[in-house]
Write a protein that binds this ligand. Sequence first.
Ligand code: MG
Length: 350
Amino acid sequence: MENKQKQTPLSELGEFGLIERLTEKIQLKNTSTLKGVGDDAAVLNYPDKKIVVTTDLLTEGIHFNLMYVPLKHLGYKAVVVNLSDVFAMNATPKQITVSIAISSKFSLEAVEELYSGIHLACEKYGVDLIGGDTTSSLTGLTISVTAIGEATDEELAYRSGAQVNDLLCVSGDLGGAYMGLQLLERENEVFKVNPNQQPQFDRYDYILGRQLKPEARGDIKELLKTLNIKPTSMIDISDGLSSEALHLCKASKVGCSIYEEKVPLDSQTKAFAEELSINPLVAALNGGEDYELLFTVPLASFDVLKKEFDITIIGHITAESEGANLITTGGSVIPLQAQGWNPLMNKAKA
Ligand SMILES: [Mg+2]
C-alpha cells in the first residue's frame, strides 16, 4: 500500500500547511458555489431549488480495512457513498465537505493519496470540494464527508411516496460488492499465511471493482427524466435489498412483493457465490454496499421501463397488511428480513 518514495511526516507541514497542500488545485465547477475553501465558511447560492444535505462517517477498522483497501480507493468511495444518498433523493449533488482525523502513522504522501481519490470523485461527478477540517487522532483514520445537492420540489423523491400497485424497480445488479468483499477477505487470509503468493483476482475484476470502486447512480435521475417517469419513492441500496425495501415500505406504509427470479445478479457474482457454496441471492438481499437505487414508479410506466436494460422491475407494491415478501421461484412467500450489515455489530467490512 505504501509507495517507495519519500514519506514526509505531517508534523513538517502543520495543519494549515496540510490544508493548503490538499486544496491548492481545486477549481470550482458549479455556479451554485459562490465561495469555496478559503474563508470562514463556504457560500452557496440556490435560487428556487430545494437543498438536500447528507453526511457519513467512516472509521478505520469498522468501515474499512487498510490492509486491502488502497487509500485512493477509500477517498473515492467515501465521496461516492455520500453522493449516492443525494441521488437517492432524485437530486443532483453539487458540493462536498471532507473532514479527516489522522494519526501520525500517516505521511503527507499517504494523505495526498487519499485526497487524490476524493478529487477524482469530485471530477467524475462534477461536485466542488468547498471545505472541511483536518485534525489528529490517536489511532487510525476517520473520514467524514458531507454532500449538498439540489432538486426542484417536483423532482424530489422521498422514501414515503410509494403507492399500492406501483412497480418496484432497481438499477444495475446486486450482491456484487458483497462478493467482492468475500474475495478480498479470502485473498487477505491467503496472504497472511503466504505473503509470496499472488492474489487470484483475474476472473473477478467486476465484483472486485464493485467493492473497491463503487459508483453512484447519477444517471438514473437523467434517464427517468428523459423517459418522462417520475419516481414515487426512492432509496439507495447501501445495506442490502431486504433492508432497503423494508425502509421504503415502512416509510410509505405499504407492503411489497419481490420476485426471486427478477433480482438482477451479475455472472461473476453468481460464479464466485458458487465457488464459496453460498446462494448469490443472499448477497443481493443482505450483502450491501451496491449503491444501486431502489425506487417505485406508477404501474403505467411498465411498457417504457421494461425496455431499459439497466433497470429491472423486481416486483410491486402491495397493501401494508400483506407485508414485505420475497416470492421464490417455487412460489413460496418469505417475509423479508432486515439482515443488512450493522457497522456497530460487525467486524470491519471494507
Ligand atoms: Mg441511503
